[in-house]
Design a protein around this ligand. Structure first.
Ligand SMILES: O=C(O)CCC(=O)C(=O)O
Length: 260
């Protein structure tokens, strides 16, 4: 099994295509090379000082409501689609400028999630490739943004560097990679608060348990692709335009939501 959409397995291009950008505007050429070589770029600051404090306060005050919103929407909804503050978060200028170096000028965000792992967890941590969950060609870039410091103690993500290069691989019925160790050694990706890590949708990653005694681990993740990429199935349901335009009218992006 390759993806959650077996009828698309022969339609989707699930190979890795290196980013070709010799004159990036926000990343350095070395960081672009890092993306191509290891499948992610070491964390960079996206929110600092007051902007970070505001984001942390927002998440602390609204977390319960946001989780309830997801549960009430048949188990999941991409929150940027219905919460103005999170719409603005996924389209923030610094984030999008960096994405344009990897994706091009026409940036679509089509999925996001707030994951706050409680302390004292004992289970979790199966490797997967996000491209196998998305009904689009494997060209998406995922940003994982730390709302508070994420480290090995409170369950930061683990990556298998270079595991994106072979494209999508066989997974089990839960869409976890079969025998991930054969694709390389896993490393923890520690991310300071306000920093984001940009990763290929083919990078094998896992979310190990938060074994800390009393530290929550809130992280916000958003998935972006180029408007030129053909969407399939229901993948446009939460699509928004972060920059440029939907050149071929493929995504029909949604407007900024209004506050409930
Ligand atoms: O935030 C996390 O720890 C899990 C993220 C993840 O694995 C995913 O969104 O695919």
């Amino acid at each position: 099994m390759l993806t959650r959409y077996p009828h698309l397995d022969d339609v989707l291009d699930l190979r890795f295509h290196p980013v070709q950008n010799s004159e990036p505007a926000s990343f350095t050429p070395v960081q672009i090379e890092q993306f191509n070589h290891q499948g992610f770029i070491d964390p960079i600051p996206l929110f600092e000082d007051d902007a970070l404090a505001d984001l942390q306060a927002y998440v602390r005050h609204h977390e319960v409501d946001l989780q309830r919103m997801k549960e009430e929407a048949n188990g999941f909804v991409s929150l940027h689609h219905c919460v103005p503050a999170l719409y603005d978060l996924v389209g923030s200028a610094r984030t999008v400028a960096h994405l344009q170096d990897l994706i091009g000028p026409n940036v679509i965000c089509f999925i996001s999630d707030l994951i706050n792992k409680p302390p004292g967890q004992t289970q979790g941590g199966s490797f997967h490739q996000d491209a196998t969950f998305n009904a689009v060609d494997a060209r998406s870039v995922i940003i994982w943004l730390a709302i508070e410091d994420a480290d090995a103690d409170n369950g930061c993500m683990n990556f298998i560097p270079g595991s994106h290069k072979g494209g999508a691989v066989e997974c089990d019925t839960n869409h976890y990679v079969v025998d991930p160790a054969k694709y390389g050694a896993a490393i923890p990706c520690e991310v300071p608060a306000g920093y984001g890590v940009f990763m290929s949708d083919l990078l094998m990653h896992s979310s190990p348990p938060n074994r800390s005694e009393d530290r929550w681990r809130p992280g916000f993740t958003a998935t972006y692709t180029a408007a030129e990429v053909q969407p399939h199935d229901t993948v446009t349901q939460w699509a928004i335009q972060c920059s440029g335009e939907d050149v071929h009218g493929r995504w029909q992006p949604h407007r900024r939501p209004v506050a409930p």
